[in-house]
Ligand binder design. Structure first.
Ligand SMILES: [Ca+2]
Ligand SMILES: [Ca+2]
Length: 382
């Protein structure tokens, strides 16, 4: 009976020629050197259901299957398709991994298309841009009726991209004593991310500024955050730990541009010149939990220019904006940029309402040379 049905089916297929054969499929895979990524192997099975499979995944040199903390190869069946199926993954050596799955109750995999199996791969740091070929071979699929089908090998490409996801920092120049926002940019053409952690290591003379509430000043970019939170902690030695995650595991929006703004402050006595800062040990987490460790990013922060008494916002001029900026500071806001050294125009111990009058007088006189003599050549102290 069964063979008659199969003969009829074969005849129908031969006549129509349009029926799609069942097959495995792997979508476009791109990886970045050093990246760990979960790759989906799909089962497209419009013809019939399957209860079990075995196959070998042959990976090119430089691409490996990742092991979990228990040393097991990281592979899983798709939640939407498995019933009581179990999966066994075994390393055969030489880049060959054998994957087997079956159901304890001989149940079929659900559905007729989409991911069946997910394997976590790692691209070696040493890989260069190009296309590598992996192969799914020795496929044996067990149909719901107990028939075993041997399917042809399925090669698929793993593109190694150089236009990789990475962090970048926009150039920053600080006047001594000034605060300014440092923009840490996430350039992520390939993946989306839901969380990250990294250490910002600042050179001597530069620190993360604290707001009037005593907290380290940093924020996520409005255009990229969803319900993400950001935590910043001083670790000592110029290092600050930044952590961010989403309460709903949402991804950061967009594919480029600033992700985090950190307010940094140059010491009033910071020497002019270029200093080197570092984003150390960045780890970004994709929405599926895959963690990607990126290389450290070094960048320059330039200290330049003179402290101009009364130039509270460090834009090179003393004007009404400086009065407003100083007033905001005095009422407990945290204006950025802000130059505490420039704001203390009377050179006493601190910044107070007395300095406002001084800034107003300097601004009225257009520049310091024309300012009342009591504000000329004042000793700038922080
Ligand atoms: Ca100004
Ligand atoms: Ca003062």
């Amino acid at each position: 009976m069964k063979s008659l049905r199969m003969m009829l089916l074969a005849a129908v297929l031969a006549l129509t020629g349009t029926a799609q054969a069942d097959n495995l499929a792997v979508g476009s895979v791109t990886m970045v050197p050093g990246q760990t990524k979960e790759v989906a192997i799909s089962l497209e099975n419009p013809q019939q259901a399957y209860t079990a499979f075995q196959l070998e995944l042959v990976l090119p040199e430089g691409v490996t299957m990742v092991r979990d903390a228990q040393g097991r190869l990281m592979a899983r069946l798709d939640d939407g398709r498995k019933a009581d199926h179990v999966l066994n993954a075994a390393d055969k050596g030489g880049g060959v991994c054998r994957l087997m799955s079956f159901s304890l109750s001989n149940s079929p995999f659900a559905g007729t298309d989409g991911p069946l199996l997910h394997v976590t791969l790692h691209a070696d740091e040493s890989l260069t841009e190009g296309t590598l070929t992996a192969v799914i071979q020795k496929q044996v699929m067990t149909g719901a009726g107990g028939t075993q089908e041997k399917w042809t090998d399925l090669p698929f490409a793993i593109g190694i991209e150089s236009g990789n996801d990475h962090l970048a920092v926009e150039p920053l120049t600080l006047v001594p004593g000034q605060t300014q926002e440092l923009a840490i940019c996430l350039e992520n053409p390939l993946q989306t991310y839901a969380a990250f952690q990294l250490e910002l290591v600042l050179p001597a003379g530069i620190a993360v500024a604290r707001g009037s509430d005593g907290r380290l000043m940093a924020r996520l970019a409005d255009g990229r955050k969803a319900d993400h939170v950001l935590n910043v902690a001083a670790k000592g030695g110029g290092a600050y730990r930044l952590m961010s995650f989403s309460l709903s595991n949402a991804a950061y929006g967009g594919q480029e541009g600033p992700l985090v703004y950190v307010v940094v402050e140059a010491a009033a006595d910071a020497p002019s010149g270029e200093l080197t800062a570092t984003l150390r040990s960045p780890v970004f987490t994709q929405a599926d939990g895959t963690q990607v460790k990126w290389a450290d990013v070094s960048f320059a922060i330039t200290i330049g220019g003179e402290v101009i008494a009364g130039d509270v916002n460090s834009d090179g001029r003393v004007d009404g904006l400086d009065v407003v900026t100083l007033a905001r500071y005095l009422v407990g806001e945290d204006p950025v940029p802000f130059n505490a050294a420039a704001a203390n125009v009377n050179g006493d111990d601190g910044i107070s309402i007395a300095d406002v009058a001084g800034v107003i007088e300097i601004s009225k006189s257009r520049n310091l040379e024309m300012a009342p003599s009591k504000y000329r050549n004042i000793e700038i102290t922080k």
